[in-house]
Design a protein around this ligand. Structure first.
Ligand code: 3BY
Ligand code: FES
Ligand code: FE
Length: 411
């Protein structure tokens, strides 16, 4: 039996409402199939427009075997290119980010424009056709300051995501924001454990003293069930919609993304130790309103986000190996906010630096326990872990629908 068949059989035979079997969290072959079936085929959040705000700015990143360059061209367009030279394949850019007029391969100096066009080569003969050797493009879309790429030649439709989230995010003016702080941590656990942990707040009270000062523990705030029946949430939507802010809970029919405005704990305005706003300037003219709470968005498989009145935080999930995942957190503030005057960086970042590290420890302990031969799938709490079950259902359905026709290298 091939790995692909084995995974399909295991998904079909799995017990609903229970965690997955061990190899889904530990096995290198399963990991490879996850990468080929999910990460090499879906739209992935990779960064923000404002990280490459000026022509010539670039970022690089690694997604599984793919090395990617994001550039801002002289025409101000954002593009994604494969970071693999069309001469002998060297990586063209090795820096994580920078500013350049051209992309020059360090090996033999083949020189590309920021749009990937090959502009200059030495000693390749008069009949060499440069137009055939540009850096390969990657599908790339920006939605309200969020850059998504898709490594597949046939990307799924991005229209539903764009149309759904644009009216919500627009008020936060992420395109006009700036990065106040960005950090990556490595969590020694499978990417699905990172997501499972994110999709519930069953663990919050015992693990996140800083976050719990402002973020409600209620399952309806983090999960996908009971949202419409929570009077506090309904009142919050009425309050926000009256101010012209799109607020109501929307979930993609396929379960890949969800967006809604959620109340914070009464009186809290931001994820700070005091609950007060960390940034004096609002994200947009319409985010000044007291009690705006948090606009929360997740999009599988790569990101979750909180948009507050004074700042926004994005989280990016990048699988590194079967038991290793990078989580990148970016704090965005209004472009004209000045550090030390309009905000204090420690105050802004304190709560999530602690929360992320607590989640890292949780994920790592979860991974260690699952590695034990004594591990067997365990039951989720229907009351508190509806969001986790929804993630697992999305994962299983995605794998089950794609695996039969997906040619993985392990087929
Ligand atoms: O960042 C989040 O959305 C989740 C929700 C609960 C735990 N974690 C804070
Ligand atoms: Fe890039 Fe030779 S491999 S110039
Ligand atoms: Fe947590």
């Amino acid at each position: 039996m091939t790995i692909r068949q084995m995974i399909l059989e295991q998904l079909q035979a799995r017990r609903q409402g229970y965690t997955l079997a061990r190899p889904f969290y530990t096995d290198p072959d399963y990991f490879r199939v996850d990468m080929e079936t999910v990460f090499y085929r879906d739209w992935l959040f990779v960064g923000h427009d404002c990280e490459i705000a000026k022509p010539g700015n670039y970022l690089t990143l690694q997604i599984g075997d793919f090395s990617v360059i994001l550039t801002r061209g002289r025409d101000r367009e954002i593009r994604a290119l494969h970071n693999s030279c069309r001469h002998r394949g060297s990586r063209v850019c090795s820096a994580e980010k920078g500013t350049t007029a051209k992309l020059v391969c360090p090996y033999h100096q083949w020189t590309y424009d920021l749009d990937g066009t090959l502009q200059y080569v030495r000693h390749m003969g008069d009949d060499f056709d440069k137009s055939k050797f540009g850096l390969k493009p990657i599908h790339c879309e920006s939605i309200e300051g969020y850059i998504f790429i898709c490594l597949s030649d046939n990307p799924p439709e991005i229209g539903p995501l764009r149309e759904t989230i644009t009216p919500y995010i627009a008020a936060h003016q992420i395109r006009d924001a700036k990065v106040a702080y960005k950090m990556s941590i490595i969590e020694k656990g499978n990417w699905k454990l990172v997501w499972e942990n994110n999709r519930e707040c069953y663990h919050c009270a015992a693990n996140h003293p800083e976050l719990c000062k402002t973020y409600p523990e209620a399952a309806s705030v983090t999960g996908v069930q009971g949202v419409m029946d929570d009077p506090e949430i309904l009142a919050h939507w009425a309050h926000c919609e009256a101010a012209g802010l799109a607020s109501k809970f929307v979930i993609d029919p396929g379960g890949q993304f969800r967006i809604a405005r959620m109340p914070l704990i009464a009186g809290a305005e931001s994820y700070t130790m005091s609950g007060k706003r960390a940034v004096k300037k609002p994200m947009g003219p319409n985010t000044k309103m007291p009690g705006i709470g948090a606009l929360v968005l997740f999009h599988y498989p790569t990101n979750w986000n909180h948009f507050l009145g004074d700042h926004a935080i994005s989280f990016r999930v990048t699988p590194i190996g079967p038991e290793e995942t990078e989580v990148t957190t970016t704090w965005l503030v209004p472009k004209d906010a000045v550090e030390g005057i309009d905000y204090d960086l420690d105050e802004l970042t304190h709560v999530w630096k602690f929360t992320n590290d607590q989640d890292r420890q949780i994920v790592e302990e979860n991974a260690r326990g699952i590695r034990s031969p004594a591990y067997e799938p365990g039951p989720y709490s229907a009351e508190d872990e509806g969001g986790v079950m929804q993630f697992v259902e999305w994962y299983a359905a995605t794998m089950e629908s794609r695996l039969p026709e997906c040619e993985t290298s392990l087929s």
